[in-house]
Design a binder for this molecule. Sequence first.
Ligand SMILES: Cc1ncc(COP(=O)(O)O)c(C=O)c1O
Length: 458
Amino acid sequence: MDRETAEPSVRSMPGEKAEQWVNYHHEHAAPSTYVYEFVWDITEDAAGPFCTDVDGNVLMDFTSHVAAAPFGYNNPKIMDRLEEFDLVDPSKIAGQDFYASGGGSPEDPETPTSTQLLDRLTDLTEHYDLDTVFLSNTGAEAVENAIKICYANRGHRAFTFDGAFHGRTLGALSLNRSKTAHRKGYPEIGGVVSAPYCSCEGECTCGWKTNGPAGNVVADKLHPKRGVVDPEEVAYLIMEPQQGEGGYRVPNEDFIADIVDIQQTYDIPVISDEIQAGLGRTGELWGVDHTDLDPDVITSAKGLRVGATVANEELFPSETGRLSSTWGAGDIVAAAQGVATIDAITSDGVLDNVTARGRQAKDVLHDADPDFVEDVRGRGLMLAVEFDTKERREAVVHACLERGLLVLGCGHKTLRLLPPLDVTEREIDLALDIFLDAIDDPEVRHVGASKVDGESAV
Ligand SMILES: Cc1ncc(COP(=O)(O)O)c(C=O)c1O
């Protein structure tokens, strides 16, 4: 498939075969976050944002597998590295610090493995003085281990933010504040206090700033004389540098300055959850690189193909057996893919492209000023369009699908656009033409008023 000429072409979406696949698949799949009937045909051509589904429809994928495939489909820089690779058995290395795998020397291996993934991650977080990594399999595990190392160090309390999403294991979901469905009925870790995530433009109206003794919700609670939380008991504060699931909200600069102040005054470790915003998605390597905050822990996953908890050695418990995972670091292919993906992201021009293409998309959307759109926001290629109602957002997602563009919801009435990091100018124009046409669809125009401000589809 030639990215320079490819275009979406849809006969019927979903087609007959996709419906057949979906029905068959769902006979045994537990209900989770079913979104729509897209069935990628892995035997057909796919490149960058373009892929072919089982009915022969050519689609543009502006979801990048929920940011887990940062370059979309079949990126040559990643594929070439993988072709060098012959599968071995066992392909998963049990207990990442029981055994290591390699060939050649560790500085110049024949095939990069989890050892080189550790190197890459510490190189990329050196500016925060983070030099140690625990590898796991998923984002939730990366978060789970981040909070474990902080709890091991100090305190049993923690701060999280309204709208936060950190994963679905019991520890991680105790920190979620985006949707009721995530936590409903499940036991939670105690001592987690939430505060507003201030994404106000200009003056703060979200409730983060207060008239209290220290001027914001968290600092007031920690205040030595009038506070209600002993700072010594606080193990960590966890935040997304741009909220994901919660609606792609970008933090206000003053809010970040307050967090830095709290971190420095009370020596409370800050975890930056980079699972969605990290690895170049926002135009910087880490979402937190846009800010003045120096995180104590970074969590990463998705495009990395495994989960990673990165911190300074001092924060990790030294006693053996405190952290471990049989299949931590994924399998050998995943680790090699993670290394190849990092190398592709850090190769010349990719981050600049993310910034330029993100700006292009926003300019097109602002100039078109489409009906029903309340806000266009986000950094780099972590873009969101907020609609007037959830129903309208759902109708737009559907109308895009019918025209061959895959997009996803987030928040309550917001839609996210996650093109591949090497998306081209032509591809952005092509996708946004479809998007604007979808907003003009009679089905979208005739959507009634929202009755309930309900859950997002994803
Ligand atoms: C910010 C953030 N943290 C954690 C997670 C959980 O990652 P995983 O689904 O790999 O467990 C996600 C997933 O979307 C996320 O966006």
